[in-house]
Write a protein that binds this ligand. Structure first.
Ligand SMILES: C[S@@+](CC[C@H](N)C(=O)[O-])C[C@H]1O[C@@H](n2cnc3c(N)ncnc32)[C@H](O)[C@@H]1O
Length: 392
């Protein structure tokens, strides 16, 4: 036991040092990469354990928010792992329950006077109505898997290389694969450019769109092109305009398109959709617009649980107001009968159904379909997608 105690004490020291230095002003993954670079004495197992402890700590949201970090970490390890030296040493009376079902562990903690269900995800009252709040909140305790979208012609080649390199995978759609997190794909040079890392729900976000050959589409918040690549995967003959407020992300898009060997010629503009862009779009009209709006990202916090600590309820209204502005401006550029595909990776109704209702009320659009793409039962993100048709 003494050896285990010493090991756990060292793990806790590393965790406390990392947590103490992390200022919540950047993604935890980026901070940890820097932290390990400046702490070269930490071996790979120390790093792995520090990452696990930090992520689990944030994963439990506001559970036991009034307790010290160390006590909260023990709770986090108990809920998120099936075995933990930290629990064995600090709460040996809990160890017997550690391998049980998550629901049983939550019941057990609640009986000990530690409320869980309402505290994991403190913003649950804003969830879109089609979400099962309990299931969603509990899913925050589980890290989502890694998903790939493979190019149509490359399915066999990718499967073969994954098998050769002993990377386990599960085919979950004609071109979609589930892999364990941390799969070392960059080492397999032969399949570079043949796949995109893209969450499964994100891969399904354009299923709602009606896409036909040679249509003109505008990806109005393109970033590094995740949805544009998906659009071209579905229909390579699309005439595509990509834009974003940030030039740097459009440069990343160029690189990503090159790597994916995209042959479609596309146009690119830097556009801020909170202001008039008519002098840059010159009355152009599109058959389809993808608006993957800036949002809270709350449907993806299972991957970045630290975001929950930086978020406050008032941010939801700020995002909604930005989304109204951007979506209303973009929709002016649809031709009659054209479609706006409004997408977010948020689970909040203010950013989803409420924006769709606003667009229907004020922008001459009619909602034809909308879908909260649920990921919480299948270890993927949750997203929202709606198809609105321009009727006037
Ligand atoms: C959710 S991300 C888009 C992700 C991208 N579609 C993808 O699939 O990879 C939202 C994007 O909106 C952009 N954005 C934020 N404010 C904007 C504005 N006022 N006008 C245009 N784009 C904006 C951000 O720079 C960000 O890249």
């Amino acid at each position: 036991m003494e050896v285990k105690q010493k090991k756990v004490a060292q793990q806790l020291r590393n965790f406390e040092r990392a947590l103490g230095e992390y200022k919540l002003d950047e993604p935890l993954s980026r901070f940890l990469t820097r932290f390990y670079k400046s702490n070269r004495q930490m071996g790979s197992s120390d790093r792995r354990m520090t990452s696990r402890l930090c992520y689990n700590y944030f994963r439990v949201g506001h559970i036991a928010a009034d307790q010290a970090p160390e006590a909260r970490l023990v709770i986090a390890e108990f809920l998120c792992e099936t075995a933990s030296d930290l629990v064995d040493v600090h709460r040996p009376q809990w160890s017997a329950y550690q391998q049980g079902e998550l629901a049983d562990k939550i019941n057990f903690l609640e009986q000990q006077g530690i409320p869980c269900d309402d505290a994991i995800f403190p913003f649950y009252s804003h969830l879109s109505l089609s979400i099962d709040p309990k299931q969603f909140c509990r899913s925050q305790l589980i890290q989502p898997d890694l998903f790939l979208r493979v190019q149509k012609h490359a399915v066999l080649a990718v499967e073969e290389e994954l098998t050769k390199n002993a990377i386990p995978f599960e085919k979950v759609g004609p071109y979609s694969y589930r892999l364990p997190n941390g799969a070392q794909l960059q080492q397999i040079k032969k399949i570079e450019g043949l796949f995109e890392v893209q969450d499964l729900s994100s891969q399904e976000s354009l299923d709602i769109a009606h896409i036909a050959k040679n249509q003109s589409w505008w990806d109005a918040c393109a970033a590094s092109g995740g949805k544009s690549l998906l659009l071209l995967h579905k229909e390579p003959s699309i005439q595509l305009l990509v834009s974003d407020i940030r030039l740097s992300v459009l440069r990343n898009l160029d690189e990503r398109f090159l790597k994916a060997n995209i042959r479609t010629a596309y146009r690119k503009k830097v556009l801020d959709l909170t202001v008039d862009v008519e002098h840059l779009l010159h009355g152009e009209r599109f058959d389809g617009i993808i608006l993957d709006a800036p949002c809270s990202g709350s449907g993806t916090w299972g991957r970045t649980p630290e975001m929950m600590s930086q978020f406050s309820e008032s941010n939801i209204a700020d995002f909604a107001s930005l989304q109204q502005k951007i979506a209303a401006r973009a929709s002016k550029y649809l031709q009659k009968d054209g479609q706006l595909i409004y997408i977010t990776c948020s689970v909040f109704r203010e950013e989803n159904e409420d924006i769709v209702a606003y667009l229907e009320d004020t922008c001459g659009l009619k909602v034809e379909a909308m879908n909260l793409i649920k990921g919480y039962h299948r270890k993927s993100d949750s997203m929202f997608a709606a198809r609105l048709r321009k009727i006037q």
